[in-house]
Design a protein around this ligand. Structure first.
Ligand SMILES: [Zn+2]
Length: 76
């Protein structure tokens, strides 16, 4: 009686996805100093700002924003 081996297939681990080719690089999170809401993401010298309806802005720093939750003026 042959030993019932589970059909082991050699998993080829070809990781072809390069993490550096993202269209929008995720930087450090820029959060409100008052209530910790996410305002945008810092990516080097620019800030990426996204809105709920799909608008995206990319602005050079420094950037000021008033939080929609607690109205605190944040600068980065
Ligand atoms: Zn806030």
């Amino acid at each position: 009686m042959p030993t019932p081996y589970p059909s082991r297939q050699s998993v080829s681990s070809n990781c072809t996805r390069a993490a550096t080719s993202l269209p929008t690089p995720l930087g450090h999170e820029w959060r409100c100093t008052g209530c910790d809401k996410l305002l945008g993401r810092r990516s080097g010298s620019v800030v990426l700002i996204q809105f709920a309806r799909g608008h995206q802005y990319r602005a050079p720093r420094p950037v000021s924003a008033v939080c929609r939750g607690c109205k605190t003026l944040n600068e980065t």
